[in-house]
Design a protein around this ligand. Structure first.
Ligand code: ADP
Length: 649
C-alpha cells in the first residue's frame, strides 16, 4: 500500500509537470504570435499615417514639382498639408520622394525643420521604398540607417489624375520608437499571459488537490484499515493458538484422569478377594483422579466464561444490573474462596475490612465479585511464597453512595515497569516463558478494566518487580440501608443473586462428602432433551434417595406433570420442538393437572447476564445455571421440597 501511495503521488506529480510544460509551451507560442501581431499593428499604424498624408496631396501638383518650384504657392500648399502631419502625429520625419528615370529616389520636399534634405538629394534605398515606387504602400521590415539616424519608414505612393505614381510620401519612425512600442505592448501582453498561466495553474492545482486529496485520503484510510485488519488477524490467530492450548490442557487432564479412574476401577473389579487396605488405596486413588477431573472442568468453565464475557464486552452486549446486595456476604464468599486457594499454595491470606462500611448496597454484585475474584485469583496465581491480602475501605459521599476502595496486594513475581501499559490489553500475558506453566488467557484484566469502566470505577497498579504487586480498585455504589457490616450476624447465607457456577472449592469438598438431606418419598421430574444431563443430576443427587422421573421433551413433561404430582420440576430450556418456557407455561395452564402448581426450577446453560431475571419474570420458581454443582443443587432441592418429606443429615 505504501508503494501504491508512492506511485499515485508520482503519477500526480507527472500530470502536474506535463500540465506546467504544456501551459508554458502554449504561452511561449502565444507570445511569439502576439509579437508578430503587435509588429504588424505598429506597421499598419505607420502605413495608415503615410496613406493619410499621401491622400491629402494633389498628385498632379506633386508630380509637376521641380526644383524651381521650391517656395512657390503650389510648393507651399503641399508643404502645409504635410506639415499638419509633422506637427500633429507621432513621427520623426515626413517627406516626399520622386523616382527618377534612372531608378534613383530623391527628395522633392523635406519637412525637417533643423537639417532638411535639399530637393534632389538621394534617399536611402529600401525594399519597401521600391514597392511604393511600384504603387504599393509598404513599410520597412528591418531598420535602415542614414545620416539622420536609424529608422523604420512607411511609404505611400501619390497618384496623379492619370493614375501614375506622381511621388511617394515617406514617414520615418526612429528604430528606438519602433522597438519601444513593440516592447511596451509585448510587456503588457506577456503580463496578461503570465496572469492567465498563473490562474490556470492555480485552478489546475486546486482541481488536482480536490480530486487527489479524497483519493489519497481514501488510500490512507484503506491502508490503515488493512493494518488494523492485519493486526486484528494476528491477535486473533495468537488468541486461537493460545485458546486451543488453554482448552486442550484441561480436556487433556480430564480425559487422562478419567482414563486413570477407569483403569483403577477395572483393576479393582478384576481382583477376586480384595483386602480392605487395597480397596481403600484404590478408592483414594480414584477420588484423587476425580478431584483432578473436577478441577480441570472448573478451569475449562472459567475459561469459557471469560471468553463469553469478553466477547459480550467487545460486542457491547453486557448490561450491568442494579440490585440490592450484601457487601458483607459478598466479601465473606470471596474471602472463603481465596483463603482455600491461598492455603493450597501455602500462602497466607490477610483480610482487612472496614466493618463500619454499610452492608446493604445496590449495584451489580456479580460484576463486583468478578472484578475482585480476578484480581485475587491473579494475586494467588502469580505468588509463590508470602501472602496475598485484601484491604477494603470506603468513603461516604453526599449523593447517598459510598466510594469503595479494594486494595489487592501480593508478594509475588511483580510486574516490570515497561510491561505495565500492556497489562490491561486483550490477550496480553506477560513473561510467557516464566509463566508458561500457569493457566490463563490474558483476558482477566481486560475484562476487569472494561467492567470497571462500565461501572465508572477505576483500577490502578503499583508493582516492584520480584517483590510483589498492588492492584487498587475504586467503585461507587448506592447505599440502600445504613447498617454496618459489623452489625450483621456472621456466616449469613449467601444472597442468591451472587451465586456463581465457578470458584467452588469449598462446595467441592462437600460434594465429595455428600448428603445434606434424604427425601425418599419426594418425587422430582427432570426435563432435559440430553440424557447425559439428566444422568448428571440424578447421580449428583443419588444419596438424597429422591425418586426421579425423566422427560426428554417438553411434550412428555406436560403429559407427565398432568398425571403425576411432582414435588419439584427441574426444567431445561433449549429443547427441540418446544422450549422449557413454553412447556412450563403449559404445565401451569393445565386445568386440574396434578403438578400444575408444583415449583418449577429453570435449569439452563443460558447463563448470560440478565438470564436469571428473565426466567424469574416468566414465572419460574427459581433459576440455576449449568453446569450444575452437586452442593448447590442439593441446597436448591432442600429449599423447595416439602419440609415434611425432607430428613436433614
Ligand atoms: P491471565 O489469564 O494470563 O492471568 P490476566 O489478564 O488476568 O491474564 O493478566 C494478564 C497478565 O498480567 C498475566 O498473564 C500476568 O503476566 C500479569 N499479571 C496479572 N496479575 C499479576 C500479579 N498479581 N502479579 C504478577 N503478574 C500479574
Amino acid at each position: 500500500m505504501k508503494n501504491n501511495t508512492h506511485l499515485s503521488s508520482k503519477v500526480i506529480l507527472m500530470v502536474e509537470a506535463i500540465l506546467l510544460i504544456t501551459s508554458m509551451l502554449f504561452c511561449s507560442i502565444s507570445v511569439y504570435r502576439a509579437r508578430i501581431g503587435i509588429r504588424k499593428a505598429i506597421q499598419q499604424r505607420m502605413l495608415d499615417i503615410a496613406n493619410c498624408a499621401s491622400g491629402s496631396l494633389d498628385g498632379d501638383a506633386l508630380g509637376a514639382l521641380t526644383k524651381d518650384d521650391v517656395g512657390s504657392d503650389v510648393y507651399n500648399d503641399l508643404y502645409r498639408r504635410l506639415a499638419v502631419f509633422r506637427d500633429n502625429v507621432e513621427l520623426e520625419y515626413i517627406y516626399s520622394i520622386r523616382e527618377e528615370a534612372d531608378g534613383q529616389f530623391v527628395f522633392t520636399m523635406d519637412l525637417d525643420q533643423e537639417t532638411p534634405a535639399a530637393y534632389g538629394d538621394s534617399v536611402e534605398y529600401t525594399e519597401a521604398l521600391a514597392r511604393a515606387g511600384d504603387g504599393i504602400s509598404a513599410v520597412d521590415e528591418e531598420p535602415y540607417t542614414d545620416k539622420w539616424g536609424e529608422f523604420y519608414s512607411a511609404y505611400s505612393p501619390v497618384f496623379d489624375s492619370k493614375g501614375n505614381v506622381a511621388g511617394i510620401i515617406a514617414v520615418d519612425f526612429s528604430a528606438d520608437w519602433f522597438d519601444g512600442q513593440l516592447t511596451s505592448q509585448m510587456r503588457s501582453t506577456v503580463v496578461s499571459y503570465l496572469i492567465i498561466l498563473l490562474i490556470s495553474l492555480l485552478v489546475a492545482a486546486a482541481l488536482s488537490l480536490s480530486t487527489v486529496r479524497p483519493f489519497m485520503k481514501m488510500q490512507t484510510e484503506l491502508f490503515e484499515e488493512k493494518v488494523r485488519a492485519e493486526s486484528a488477524n494476528i491477535a486473533k490467530s495468537d488468541f486461537l493458538a493460545n485458546m486451543s492450548h488453554e482448552i486442550r490442557t484441561p480436556i487433556n487432564a480430564m480425559l487422562g484422569m478419567n482414563e486413570m479412574i477407569m483403569r483403577e476401577s477395572r483393576a479393582s473389579k478384576g481382583l477376586e478377594n480384595i483386602d480392605a487396605k487395597t480397596a481403600k488405596e484404590s478408592m483414594n486413588n480414584i477420588l484423587g483422579y476425580a478431584g483432578d477431573v473436577q478441577n480441570a472442568g472448573h478451569n475449562l468453565l472459567a475459561l469459557v466464561n471469560d471468553i463469553l464475557d469478553f466477547s459480550k464486552i467487545e460486542a457491547g452486549r453486557i448490561d450491568l444490573s442494579e440490585a440490592p446486595y450484601s457487601l458483607g456476604n459478598l466479601l465473606g464468599e470471596i474471602g472463603n474462596m481465596i483463603r482455600i486457594k491461598a492455603k493450597d499454595k501455602d500462602l497466607e491470606y490477610i483480610e482487612d475490612i472496614d466493618r463500619s462500611l454499610p452492608d446493604k448496597l445496590c449495584g451489580d454484585a456479580v460484576r463486583v465479585r468478578q472484578v475482585l475474584t480476578n484480581l485475587l485469583n491473579n494475586a494467588v496465581k502469580y505468588t509463590e511464597k508470602g501472602c496475598v491480602s485484601l484491604k477494603v475501605t470506603g468513603r461516604r459521599q453526599d449523593t447517598g453512595t459510598v466510594l469503595l476502595s479494594f486494595v489487592v496486594s501480593d508478594t509475588g513475581i511483580g510486574i516490570k515497569a515497561e510491561d505495565r501499559d500492556r497489562l490491561f490489553g486483550k490477550f496480553e500475558r506477560l513473561e510467557m516463558e516464566r509463566n508458561s506453566t500457569l493457566q490463563g488467557t490474558g483476558l482477566g484484566l481486560v475484562i476487569t478494566k472494561r467492567l470497571l469502566d462500565m461501572m465508572d470505577g477505576t483500577v490502578s497498579v503499583e508493582s516492584e518487580y520480584g517483590r510483589g504487586s498492588i492492584f487498587t480498585v475504586t467503585i461507587s455504589q448506592k447505599v440502600v440501608e445504613d447498617t454496618a457490616i459489623a452489625e450483621l450476624e456472621p456466616e449469613k447465607e449467601s444472597a442468591p443473586e451472587i451465586q456463581s457456577s465457578s470458584d467452588t472449592a469449598e462446595e467441592t469438598k462437600q460434594d465429595i462428602s455428600g448428603g445434606l438431606f434424604r427425601a425418599p418419598t419426594a418425587r422430582v421430574l427432570i426435563v432435559d432433551d440430553t440424557m447425559v444431563n439428566i444422568m448428571v443430576v440424578m447421580h449428583l443427587l443419588k444419596h438424597t434417595q429422591v425418586i426421579f422421573d425423566k422427560a426428554t421433551s417438553g411434550a412428555d413433561a406436560i403429559q407427565m406433570a398432568e398425571k403425576t404430582m411432582y414435588d419439584l420440576i427441574l426444567m431445561d430450556q433449549r429443547m427441540p420442538e418446544m422450549d422449557g418456557t413454553e412447556a412450563f407455561h403449559r404445565i401451569r395452564a393445565t386445568q386440574g393437572g396434578a403438578s400444575s402448581d408444583s415449583p418449577v426450577v429453570c435449569l439452563t446453560a443460558d447463563a448470560v447476564v440478565g438470564a436469571r431475571e428473565r426466567y424469574l419474570a416468566e414465572g419460574f420458581t427459581d433459576y440455576m445455571a449449568k453446569p450444575v454443582e452437586g452442593y448447590a443443587l442439593e441446597k436448591m432441592l432442600m429449599r423447595y421440597l416439602p419440609k415434611e418429606k425432607v430428613e436433614t443429615a
